[in-house]
Write a protein that binds this ligand. Structure first.
Ligand SMILES: Cc1cc2nc3c(=O)[nH]c(=O)nc-3n(C[C@H](O)[C@H](O)[C@H](O)COP(=O)(O)O)c2cc1C
Length: 422
């Protein structure tokens, strides 16, 4: 790994200031124009082509799971408490590394489609804000390139490539270790390809189906088109060593299509455990029995997630299963959460319900699509500020205090088979 400072820096001063949007500076003006993720999202919709927006925004089926994540988070109430002294602190330690906030970046494959050059911008933003970035197997830059930019904020997300007894899977594991990734995050929730109707209708398939509408969309989305000219066509950079050179987009896309099967069996998880010396996290766990199984194998972390509503439209909201999974883990694994987070208040909700850290997939890309290359830096600041404000209102000076916030969560799942390993 490159020699990047490991010391914990504070987020930009604006984050600590009273009313960060006050004043006339460029930073204050940005906060006035884009006070929340919702505003960024509306800008993103205007600035990028429709197929790119649909790819990011869409879920599986009728997008019911996406809506369910949102509604369930909105339904979590936190009771304010007053009179606590001093400023709030958002620092967190995850797997032995300290970060400035419990807000990380989840992996988004083909992120360069949403905003050209996204992977490197996300890596830089993670390093600047000192938050973890789980760079994906299908990201636009390689694990080596990301580690050079993000240093010890780098985590690596792994999909299974079961061909030739997982030859490529374990080569990716080796590369992530050499690059210095702090955690390996294996995605469990993609056993089959899910159906994403908006992508199909937009021709977002292999090979990409160009239509007159696609061309028109790109022409109108000129900020995106300019970014594409600068950054180049999105690529599957991690796959380049495994295809015959030159590793063109059609070749790597074809390789991805035929080789990536997504998930891991529990047997394969055991092999990952044996091969990977640092923190191992299972991503996509939604049932306490699966959490128990993973913990029995010796994983260090459980990332509770329904893939942002992109896998099973009937799945519960991830926030609704979080408390049961945290309870079954009982301190034996670090509990992480994603799916639906759009504000620092959502982060506070997840932390109050048992998560030690949270991640966002769409939010950081909405930032890039909404305001351009500085967008991920801005989202990190925005979410951290909002978390600080929520903590202040709840009277929680730090994250351990937030974990004990008085809350009501009517949607919480009560599992029939809690914790029993199938
Ligand atoms: C466009 C898109 C692509 C994604 N690609 C991946 C991927 O390659 N690997 C993975 O584990 N998760 C992937 N995810 C899921 C995210 O890592 C994360 O679980 C999800 O986005 C969380 O929900 P949120 O977007 O509401 O924050 C993807 C999500 C989106 C929106």
């Amino acid at each position: 790994m490159t020699n990047i400072s490991h010391e914990v820096q504070r987020p930009p001063a604006a984050a600590a200031a009273w009313g960060a949007g006050s004043g006339t500076s460029a930073a204050a003006r940005l906060r006035q124009r884009m006070p929340t993720l919702d505003y960024l999202e509306r800008a993103a919709r205007r600035r990028i082509p429709r197929f790119a927006y649909d790819f990011l925004d869409g879920g599986t089926g009728a997008d019911i799971g996406v809506a369910r994540n949102r509604a369930a988070l909105d339904g979590v109430e936190l009771v304010p408490r007053y009179g606590a002294p001093g400023p709030v602190r958002t620092e967190v330690e995850l797997f032995g590394t300290r970060y400035c906030a419990p807000i990380g970046i989840s992996p988004v494959g083909v992120d360069g489609l949403v905003w050209p050059g996204a992977t490197k911008l996300l890596a830089k933003a993670a390093h600047k804000a000192r938050i973890p970035y789980i760079v994906g197997t299908l990201a636009g830059a390689s694990i080596e390139e990301v580690a050079a930019l993000a240093g010890d904020c780098t985590w690596f997300q792994l999909y299974g490539l079961p061909g030739r007894d997982h030859l490529v899977t374990f080569d990716l594991v080796r590369r992530a270790e050499v690059a210095g990734a702090r955690a390996l995050v294996a995605t469990l929730d993609a056993p089959v390809r899910s159906k994403r109707p908006r992508d199909l209708a937009n021709g977002l398939v292999v090979p990409f189906r160009t239509t007159a509408r696609t061309v028109g969309d790109v022409a109108f989305a000129w900020p995106w088109a300019l970014a594409l000219l600068k950054a180049g066509t999105p690529a599957f950079a991690n796959m380049a060593p495994y295809v015959e050179p030159p590793a063109t987009l059609p070749k790597t896309a074809g390789f991805v299509q035929s080789e990536i099967k997504g998930t891991f069996s529990w047997e394969a998880v055991k092999r990952l455990r044996d091969a990977w010396p640092r923190a191992l996290v299972m991503k996509g766990i939604m049932h306490p029995a699966d959490a128990e199984q993973a913990i029995a194998i010796g994983v260090d972390g459980i990332l509770v997630s329904n893939h942002g509503g992109r896998q099973l439209d009937a799945a519960p909201a991830a926030i609704d299963v979080l408390p049961a999974i945290a309870a079954v883990a009982g301190g034996r694994a670090t509990i992480l959460f994603d799916s639906g987070i759009r504000s620092g208040l959502d982060v506070a909700r997840a932390l109050a319900l048992g998560a030690h850290g949270t991640f966002c997939g769409r939010a950081f890309l909405i930032g890039l699509a909404g305001i351009g290359n500085a967008g991920a830096d801005y989202v990190a600041e925005l979410l951290t500020e909002e978390l600080q404000v929520a903590m202040g209102q709840i009277g929680a000076p730090d994250l351990p205090a937030l974990a004990h916030a008085e809350r009501r969560h009517r949607g919480a799942y009560a599992f029939q088979t809690s914790g029993s390993v199938s």
